[in-house]
Write a protein that binds this ligand. Structure first.
Ligand SMILES: [Zn+2]
Length: 176
């Protein structure tokens, strides 16, 4: 073992004894340090999606664009840029309005139902929408739509929601 690797030490997050960086187990308190790192990862917030919904997310919109010789596209484009989704592993925020921002925000752990809808028009265009029902009375139902791979994202959100619930339960037991 070289001098350099001995120098790379850190305090154990559990018992504070000095241990090697990258150790899987603490040699003093025998804590599984990988589990600790995983828990810290779960606590940190990652962005899953940030952006506007697609301009066209339903076959009926394509039809309208066709029938109005493209004029409807401008309308749908304005509608799309007026909505911004910020979806992270902990919360969903929806901004509405180009100039005056109205913000809807819901914490994932308050979400009780994830319903995926695939009406015909959206299915033909390759999109779906997800309706989230929250126990938070300020925004009980929010919808996300016009996002590529939304069903996969919904599965991920469902997992994050369960994890957040579990984590909060544990925290509430630890805290007096
Ligand atoms: Zn330790």
């Amino acid at each position: 073992m070289s001098e350099a690797s001995i120098d790379q030490s850190m305090p154990c997050p559990i018992c504070r004894e000095t241990i090697k960086v990258g150790a899987l187990k603490c040699r003093f308190c025998n804590s599984d340090l990988r589990a600790v790192t995983d828990a810290q990862d779960a606590e940190s917030e990652h962005i899953l999606y940030s952006g506007h919904p697609a301009v066209i997310y339903s076959a009926w919109q394509w039809l309208a664009v066709f029938c109005t010789l493209g004029i409807a596209y401008v309308y749908y484009w304005l509608e799309s840029i007026a909505v911004t989704f910020h979806i992270t592993t902990q919360r969903i925020k929806i901004e509405r309005g180009v100039l005056s921002k109205l913000l809807e925000s819901v914490e994932l752990f308050t979400i009780e139902h994830f319903d995926v809808y695939k009406p015909l028009g959206m299915r033909l265009a390759g999109y779906s929408s997800v309706r989230l029902r929250s126990s938070d009375a300020s925004s009980p139902v929010i919808s996300i739509y016009g996002i590529d791979g939304l069903e996969k994202l919904a599965d991920e959100l469902r997992e994050c929601s369960l994890r957040e619930r579990a984590r909060r339960k544990i925290t509430s037991i630890i805290q007096p």
